[in-house]
Write a protein that binds this ligand. Structure first.
Ligand code: B12
Length: 464
């Protein structure tokens, strides 16, 4: 049976740039493959009221995606889930068709968000298999309650089913990307995105990735990834973001994927998250030849005891070696730091700053405070501190700070590092930067703009 499914991307966050709704596009592909007719409402792209879209499209099912809960910026703590609640209420007033929610933000707080929104169902984690299964059951009037990952109400309480994580190649390829969305995101962010694997087996104490994607790594076939790269180029993209939690989770995956990309002779350049451990010159060289232009290292700290306390299982020597490989291969790179987590003190912060002097050409993006999520090891540590809310209440952002520090101390240290080291970016970029980034994009500059941010800090006078 063919149903009409309206896909709604609720994400309106445009920092650091608007992000193409890849998860919903992958679901769209699976739904079309299952014979459904789909329509899109992307809140980033259009200001048209959702009621008008519902009136026009007349959906049988409404599928809402929530990517971000909040901005994870201690100083701002801007939240996004309120917009989802409002949207659900608006569509509820207008139509009785089933409302289904999913997405990474939803999957971290499924019970609370199902309650707040009054949606009929949710699905936690990936949904290429379970969403068509749920819609099929609802269409046929059969019981959907066995759907993997389903979040539903039974006897007045919310029940969350176990998930299944199928091999990546079980999902339909190639991903269909609606042309009007492609145009919008290429214009505003200069890039599109793609995924080469799912799952994260690493053990960073604060991180939700293993909860969202599972701990078992599932990789796509190198040829399928290369074909996806080629399809982005055919869409007009000159730049792609590889959204994998860690692209170099396996040396074979790196080599085989890059070799498959190289065989296509593409011009596309790309960016990915790398783990600064186990990288070899051979891997870096093949990635650079295959178009890797920017690396975002999730290093978190440059101080060994803090790296150990965060559960990183690598050391500053790994960070140094990986950075040198990137520099030699002429690939721009940055390190994200989370300052003030378990084990951090003023001395460890200063050691990180000191060590950063050895990283040639690095951009350092450092933020204070570690966002606490339920289900992580950090949550257990945070609960022992006064003032940490219960799991469900963490929907409102709560940040762990080492008992050795205050937020003001961390902020003051970071400010002082940034005054002496222009490559340390420690505050939210202001309107000057947003305007510069927009001008550069208009002139054809592609990719994330953090290297320009560091450049701006170097040339513009800053407060003493
Ligand atoms: C890659 C990434 C980035 C890149 C994106 C680059 C790009 N051009 O795409 C960058 C670095 C720019 C980035 C920025 C930010 N990010 Co980010 N990012 C990710 C990451 C690692 C992967 C996202 C992704 O594309 N996944 C692949 C797709 C296929 O999966 P998916 O979207 O989850 O969709 C699947 C399911 O969720 C589900 N699903 C999705 N929608 C729906 C709808 C329905 C109805 C159903 C049933 C199911 C469903 O099915 C999909 C397919 O299986 C996630 C963490 C993670 N592992 O998920 C964080 C994550 C999404 N980011 C997060 C955040 C907070 C941000 C920022 C706000 C941080 C900041 N201050 O800069 C910004 C916001 C950017 C924006 N404009 O929205 C958080 C969101 C949670 C939260 N606390 O709010 C996450 C979860 C990380 C975390 N801290 O836990 N991010």
């Amino acid at each position: 049976m063919a149903s009409r499914v309206l896909l709604i991307s609720t994400n309106r966050c445009d920092f650091p740039y608007p992000v193409f709704p890849l998860g919903l596009a992958m679901l769209d592909t699976a739904l079309q493959r299952a014979g459904h007719v789909t329509g899109w409402h992307d809140c980033q792209v259009t200001a048209e009221p959702v009621e008008t879209v519902v009136e026009r499209f007349r959906p049988d099912f409404l599928c809402l995606s929530l990517r971000n809960i909040d901005d994870v910026v201690f100083k701002r703590q801007h939240t996004y889930y309120g917009a989802l609640v409002e949207l659900c209420q608006a569509v509820r007033r207008q139509t009785a068709c089933p409302v289904i929610i999913g997405g990474s933000g939803f999957s971290i707080f499924p019970e609370t968000l199902l309650g707040l929104t009054g949606a009929d169902y949710g699905i936690v984690g990936e949904a290429e298999a379970s969403l068509p299964q749920l819609l099929g059951a609802l269409e046929h009037g059969t019981d959907p309650s066995a759907t993997p990952g389903l979040v539903h109400r039974r006897d007045g309480r919310v029940v969350i089913n176990d998930r299944t994580a199928l091999p990546f190649h079980a999902y339909p390829e190639p991903t269909l990307r609606p042309p009007e969305l492609v145009d919008y995101y290429l214009r505003t962010s200069s890039m599109l995105n793609l995924q080469t694997q799912r799952g994260c087996a690493f053990e960073c104490c604060y991180c939700t990735y293993p909860l969202l994607e599972g701990t078992r790594q599932r990789r796509r076939e190198p040829e399928a990834v290369a074909e996806d790269f080629a399809s982005l180029e055919r869409c007009g993209a000159r730049y792609a973001f590889v959204v994998d939690s860690v692209f170099n989770s396996s040396p074979t995956h790196v080599l085989e994927t890059c070799e498959a990309i190289l065989r296509r002779n593409l011009k596309l350049r790309w960016c990915c998250f790398l783990r600064p451990q186990g990288l070899t010159r051979e891997q870096m060289t093949v990635m650079a030849r295959a178009g890797l232009a920017h690396i975002e290292f999730g290093s978190d700290s440059f101080c060994d005891p803090v790296l150990a306390a965060y559960g990183k299982h690598f050391t500053f020597d790994d960070i140094l070696a990986a950075s040198e490989l990137a520099r030699e291969a002429q690939v721009d790179y940055c390190h994200f730091l989370i300052c003030g987590g378990p084990g951090e003190t003023v001395a460890t912060l200063r050691e990180s700053h000191q060590n950063s002097q050895h990283l040639r050409n690095a951009v350092v993006l450092a933020l204070p405070g570690m966002r606490v999520y339920p289900g992580t090891r950090l949550f257990d540590a945070a609960r022992r501190q006064a003032g940490c809310p219960e799991g469900a209440d963490l929907l409102e952002p709560h940040f762990y700070l080492s008992p050795e520090l205050t937020f003001e101390q961390v902020a003051a240290e970071l400010q002082s590092f940034s005054r002496t080291s222009s490559n340390w970016i420690v505050t939210e970029p202001g309107p000057d930067y947003a305007a510069l980034a927009a001008r550069l994009r208009q002139r054809g500059v592609v990719g994330p703009m953090w290297s320009y941010l560091a450049l701006m800090q170097r040339v513009l006078p800053r407060p003493a």
